[in-house]
Ligand binder design. Structure first.
Ligand code: SAM
Length: 272
């Protein structure tokens, strides 16, 4: 297979973007309206990424000192900068979205960070290997998660680590028609509702825009995909509210008492 030279110049981007997007891939982050709204949320002071997701993900990382990192679905590059600050020797960030990569190149740059446009379905085009591969809330858009994880496994050195977050199956078991919560007459959330948890596949609901799409997978499907792709699971966590967040924003995240939004895994490449 033709391998991908992962330099950081615009010719590469042009070539990569010309490869096109297959039916199973979506690229909603390049939609102007979605991108601007998502950027507003991601840059806002109170955002789920910085307050809830990132602290858990970073705490699950192995020692990154002098490590070569791949950040899959790197988005606007915030995590790439954090990995450099944690001592990584270099980071390659890949994403399908030109707009997300454009923001990353403008706002989160360093000599040892490269950003390349590459869908995760085509990770086998990368011709380098990594100590640690990470991904933050990008696999929600993977139709075939096991295949993506296998490609990542092939890019890791023996004993290399994969640390990732994905939307929690309890949160994606939602259809956008009924309220996520059963509420009291005053609107107070009493219970989180699950809709067709046992039916996997594409779900559509309103998030940022109408008709937002993610793949719903049961917990055991995610676990079995990880294992089938050649990993050993070392740690799993679900998002929760820290004491500090509860103190600072007492009412802002009260839905999260009922259900976790995200699930996290640290895995190591299985050696035979
Ligand atoms: C919720 S954002 C997360 C971005 C970043 N990891 C962060 O934590 O801020 C999801 C990212 O996944 C990217 N993405 C979606 N489908 C993808 C695909 N098929 N290949 C690569 N990246 C993809 C999007 O473009 C977007 O940047």
């Amino acid at each position: 297979m033709e391998s991908l030279h992962t330099g950081n110049d615009s010719q590469d981007d042009k070539e990569n973007s010309l490869k096109g997007i297959s039916m199973a891939q979506q690229n909603i982050y390049d939609d102007d309206k979605f991108f601007e709204s998502f950027k507003g949320l991601r840059e806002g002071e109170i955002n789920f990424n910085d307050l809830i997701e990132t602290p858990i993900l970073l705490a699950m990382m192995p020692d990154l000192k002098d490590k070569h990192i791949l950040d899959v679905g790197c988005g606007m590059g915030q995590h790439a900068m954090q990995y450099i600050e944690m001592g990584a020797s270099c980071v390659l960030g890949t994403d399908i979205s030109e707009k997300m990569l454009g923001y990353a190149r403008e706002n989160n740059t360093a000599d040892n960070i490269r950003y390349v446009r590459l869908p995760f379905e085509e990770l086998d085009k990368i011709d380098e290997s990594f100590d640690v591969v990470t991904s933050s809330l990008a696999f929600d858009y993977a139709e075939d998660l096991c295949d993506v994880l296998k490609k990542i496994n092939n890019l890791l050195i023996p004993g290399g680590k994969l640390v990732f977050s994905i939307s929690n199956p309890i949160s994606t078991a939602y259809d956008g028609v009924y309220d996520r919560y059963t509420r009291t007459e005053d609107g107070v959330r009493l219970y989180a509702n699950l809709h067709n948890y046992n039916i996997e596949g594409l779900r559509k609901f309103k998030w940022v825009v109408e008709g937002y799409e993610v793949y719903h997978r049961r917990f055991w499907t995610i676990v079995n995909n990880i294992v089938s792709a050649g990993f050993i699971i070392e740690e799993c966590q679900e998002s929760q509210l820290s004491e500090e967040i509860i103190r600072k924003y007492p009412d802002r995240f009260d839905g999260l008492y009922h259900h976790p939004d995200f699930i996290f895994f640290r895995c190591s490449k299985k050696t035979n």
